[in-house]
Design a protein around this ligand. Sequence first.
Ligand code: UDX
Length: 432
Amino acid sequence: MKLCIIGTGYVGLVSGTCFAEVGHEVVCVDNNPEKVRQLQGGSIPIYEPGLEEMIPRHVREGRLRFTGSIAEGVAGAEVVFIAVPTPPQEDGSVDLSFIEGVAREIAACMTSYKIIVDKSTVPVKTGEKVAETIKRYNRAKVDFDVVSNPEFLREGFAVEDLMKPDRIVIGTLSPRPVAAMKELYAPFNAPIIITDIHSAELIKHAANSFLALKISYINAVSVICEATGANVVEVANGMGLDRRIGRQFLNAGLGFGGSCFPKDLSAFIKISEQLGVDFRLLREVQAVNAAQMDRFVKKIVDTLWVLKDKRLAVLGLAFKQNTDDVRMSPAIELCQRLLKEGASLRVHDPKAMSKAQAVLPPSERVTYVEDMNDVAADCDALVIATEWPQFAQLDLERVRGQLTHPILFDGRNLLDKAEMERLGFVYKSVGR
Ligand code: UDX
């Protein structure tokens, strides 16, 4: 099928690439000319395993192209995806101006029937507004349908999540686009849920908020574990074997971050508020998440006492493993809190060092270190802030020799507690 994807951020770029991978013909549109030039030249603006190989291959074979013009993208497309940012506003509500702008532009250039699919995460009832807008601005008065098709990809696993999705959610205002949407997704062999458009929009916010709740739940349990001498990893393993609960998203740590959970949670709370409902449970999820960071900083301060003039090594800057994304990263927040306490930092991340420099500029007190095994040189303690699996392979004897005192704070429970104690470390993790 012929597709147009508007917006080449994580969702748009990876979706476009995966649609090309299963044989669709895709035009990706972006309003940033520099980004379009970059992509046309085969260079990829984000780090996402798989894309480097896939994008140039599909461009070469003619299934994927990039342009700055919505009119050009829409002209030949049967299905037009909106995958533009929906950033949070100061009060937690969602800024829908990009969606509205794109809807108007699509309307202005539509000359034949189109299915317009919203892939961005939007508040419930946005689809209806998009349909109204398109109707108003479409002078040619051609038929169209609006569909909600939320995306559930995780950064760092985006290609895998898109190629092998748990489910495809399709919400429509009328039955007409259903057959085409099913055809579009048939190659992915996943369960397809066809529903009304409001339910589809709600599924996305409800699912992300539930996952955030799961993380806050185990983080709250970790506090009880610390107070009793229990081990939160054992508790999570025991809980997770119950198939109704599942082991995923039960890793206690520094709390969740990234461009989705914090934003979607605030948006869902705000949407509920606008509907006259106080979703207190979700406000508590936010509060537990914030407290988790406070407790970890306190743990460091309680152990090292005054941080002024102390040197700390920090492993991890990305908001999680397998990505170079530092938006709302708990690791960056931790660094900022430690700097505020007066510490100097030596930091390392396998992929996020360049993006991190914009929010954590190198300075007399912040040194970026290329090799993770050198990060601890002459430091008073080492802190693990992101769950990169390679941090579990640290050369611990070397690290112990580099530190002035063998103290390690593991904010992601990556290392083996017994082994750390055997090696003579003062080892503090979360809920163990
Ligand atoms: C999330 C959703 O998983 C995805 O379905 C949605 O489309 C976008 O939001 P993403 O933000 O890429 O994806 O990351 P995810 O892997 O879900 O992790 C989010 C945050 O939670 C990270 O900061 C991670 O470190 C933290 N996390 C995750 C935990 O602290 N514990 C866990 O057990 C799992």
